[in-house]
Ligand binder design. Structure first.
Ligand code: F0G
Length: 362
């Protein structure tokens, strides 16, 4: 019997097992996650005057970085004989949990703020057979209830409050160092529930401690302006942003994110919805990388750092030879609503060479 998922690509457990809480008796539930492209972006680099790489986490089995943590969390849940999985989600965690639950042959319930989940993500959870609970509340309400349910036996919570999720997600930092041969100078990423910034920082520190890199990056996180509890240092009761994935007012890993920012001499900043959507389109049209709005927060933040003296971290003082990595966390096809409204209505043309030529030139 095959123990690995695919014959051509190792998942993160197979690739980084020695760094993960995996034992002989852990049944490995994997879908070939991780080993995502670290793409050098020439136009982005030119625009900001620094070398910029994009870590494209949309290229994971369910289209987001969540799969790295989910393979570990679900494998460990199976080892502990969990009878079902549960999570709260703004969409991607539920899509990932549903897929890994299907792979493991275990049931999965996902608690989602009603009407607030991008259509692609909802479809993923539905297609993979998760029990979908549409909650009359926001993500923070959903997570509070899931935490309480998690105290029941046999139910494994696969949100990032589960340390196995963080352990899996730190492998993205390992991959970046393996690809670059060194840690970058700056790492920029969107922040919602703050698990990912926590995981990256753990990964960078761990590789550094093992001598795999000689330096540590400054971690710079970006929240949406209407959902920025860490930036403003207070809970946001009714978070609002077009970037539904990071519409979170009381992040679970708030303290850990603060520690990552302080220890790495980084920063936390905000980007507006307009800046997020502009960055999403810019990245798609100049680098061919189509990401969901929340993911574009890292690129919007990069522009802010380079263009504005008001930024929490102004790159104007940063040496030009610096290397920057921006994580883009999820695929653009998951959340097509805004882009759809921006698309002009398509006018059809007759099936003739002339008509098509004219349409191309118009
Ligand atoms: N980007 C995307 C696309 C996300 O889905 C999330 C979080 C984040 C960024 C923020 O990461 O929470 O680790 O700071 N999504 C969670 C979910 C909350 O339920 O899918 P974080």
């Amino acid at each position: 019997m095959h123990t690995e998922t695919t014959t051509s690509k190792l998942g993160v457990i197979a690739r980084y097992q020695e760094y993960l809480p995996i034992t002989e008796s852990t049944p490995i539930v994997a879908l070939g996650e991780g080993s995502t492209p670290l793409v050098f972006c020439p136009r982005l680099s030119k625009r900001v005057g620094r070398a910029v790489f994009v870590k494209n986490e949309g290229i994971n089995p369910t289209g987001s970085f969540k799969d790295r943590g989910m393979t570990v969390a679900v494998s460990k849940a199976m080892e502990r004989n969990a009878k079902a999985l549960i999570c709260a989600s703004t969409g991607n965690t539920s899509a990932s949990a549903a897929a890994y639950a299907a792979r493991a042959g275990i049931s999965c319930a996902v608690v989602l703020p009603v009407g607030k989940i991008a259509i692609g993500k909802l479809l993923q959870a539905f297609a993979c057979g998760a029990k979908i609970i549409a909650l009359e509340g926001n993500f923070d309400d959903a997570l509070r209830i899931v935490r309480e349910l998690g105290e029941q036996r046999d139910l494994a919570v696969v949100n990032s409050i589960n340390p196995d999720r963080i352990a899996g997600q730190k492998t993205a930092a390992f991959e970046i160092i393996d690809d670059l041969g060194e840690a970058p100078d700056f790492h920029l990423l969107p922040v919602g529930n703050a698990g990912n910034i926590t995981a990256y920082w753990a990964g960078y520190r761990e590789y550094h401690a093992r001598g795999r890199s000689t330096k540590l990056p400054a971690m710079i996180g970006f929240q949406a302006a209407g959902a920025a509890p860490i930036f403003y240092n207070r809970i946001v009761e009714n978070p609002e942003t077009v970037a539904s994935a990071i519409r979170i007012g009381n992040p679970a890993s708030w303290k850990q994110a603060r520690a990552a920012i302080t220890e790495s001499h980084g920063a936390i900043d905000v980007v507006s919805d307009e800046e997020i959507l502009a960055a999403q389109i810019w990245l798609a049209q100049h680098e061919g990388i189509f990401v969901e709005p929340a993911s574009a927060a890292s690129v919007a933040g990069l522009f802010k750092c380079c263009d504005s003296k008001e930024a929490a971290y102004s790159f104007q003082k940063i040496p030009e030879e610096s290397q920057i990595v921006c994580t883009v966390t999820g695929h653009g096809l998951k959340d097509p609503d805004v882009i759809t409204t921006q698309m002009k209505e398509l006018k059809s043309v007759p099936a003739t060479l002339r008509a098509v030529q004219r349409a191309i030139e118009a």
